[in-house]
Design a protein around this ligand. Structure first.
Ligand code: AMP
Length: 277
């Protein structure tokens, strides 16, 4: 497995890779969810490229950029074991050199949910992903359903800016108690970790209610709310029952829908979602 840091090294290494190339962008501190995307990419491509970059542009001023967990030696071992061909570990200066002044701003799908709670977040995400796509030039790029709105934003940007690649979405990997795997789970104290599966319980309760015939958006949002309010360590930021493409809130589910939520457990902000179809 080759490792590169600068854009020049990345471009040189990319030239010797067999095509098609599958690309998995990450912020590191890898877990089985990331590796599941690598495995999807390996199945459909001749080479797999992974980037590890904690993107400062997608963190707000009061968010956890400096505290974001990092363990590059462990990440590299996991990626080598998974059969990755090339890992790109750019520095912030490689991605945003002095004088950097061009941003990618996606409208519409960036506005509700995470966009409303985290102003500027998706501008940072879209900009870095556009730069990573331009540098790696993969035939396919792999993203997790765990970050459902991110997927919608990247798909929109890929269409709008004519990136010649396919966006592939992998399912959310979960711990045995239902908690969606996330690098941020490492922030949780033992007590908070016990409380954290409440996100999945809330989504499951609403999903069960939907499957029993409840198609009202208000009723499904209330079902999630009811479960969350039973957990004293949980502080709700939003619950949503929205159109899975536009992410606009639904009064009534006609076809499919995305149930999603953002919840603080202590100081740690967790998100999760489930698709109803
Ligand atoms: P991150 O390192 O958090 O930026 O995540 C990198 C990629 O892994 C993104 O496409 C995430 O959606 C995806 N991902 C994160 N957690 C999971 C999970 N539990 N299951 C599947 N994919 C995930």
């Amino acid at each position: 497995m080759k490792q590169v840091v600068s854009l020049e090294e990345l471009r040189a290494a990319r030239k010797s890779l067999a095509e098609p190339i599958g690309f998995v962008p990450t912020m590191g501190f890898l877990h089985a969810g990331h590796i599941s995307l690598v495995e999807l990419a390996k199945k459909a491509n001749a080479s797999v490229v992974v980037s590890i970059f904690v993107n400062p542009a997608q963190f707000g001023p009061n968010e956890d950029l400096s505290a974001y967990p990092r363990d590059i030696p462990k990440d590299l071992k996991m990626l080598a074991d998974a059969g990755v061909d090339l890992v790109w570990l750019p520095t912030p200066d490689d991605v945003y050199p002095p004088g950097f002044a061009t941003w990618v701003s996606v409208e519409g799908v960036t506005e509700p949910l995470e966009g409303a709670s985290r102003p500027g977040h998706f501008r940072g995400v879209a900009t870095v992903v556009a730069k990573l796509f331009n540098a790696v030039q993969p035939q396919s790029a792999y993203f997790g359903q765990k970050d459902a709105q991110q997927v919608a934003v990247i798909k929109q940007m890929t269409r709008d800016l004519n990136f010649p690649l396919e966006i592939v979405v992998g399912p959310t990997l979960r711990e045995p108690d239902g908690l969606a795997m996330s690098s941020r789970n490492s922030y949780l104290s033992a007590e908070e970790r016990q409380a954290a599966p409440v996100l999945h319980r809330a989504l499951s309760a609403a999903k069960t209610s939907y499957e029993a015939g409840e198609h009202s958006g208000d009723a499904l949002r209330a079902a999630m709310h009811d479960v969350l309010k039973q957990e004293p360590l949980a502080r709700l930021q939003y619950v949503s029952c929205a159109d899975s493409l536009t992410l606009q809130e639904l009064n009534q589910i006609e076809n499919d829908a995305l149930l999603s939520l953002a919840v603080f457990i202590g100081k740690t902000r967790l998100i999760d979602n489930v698709l109803l179809s």
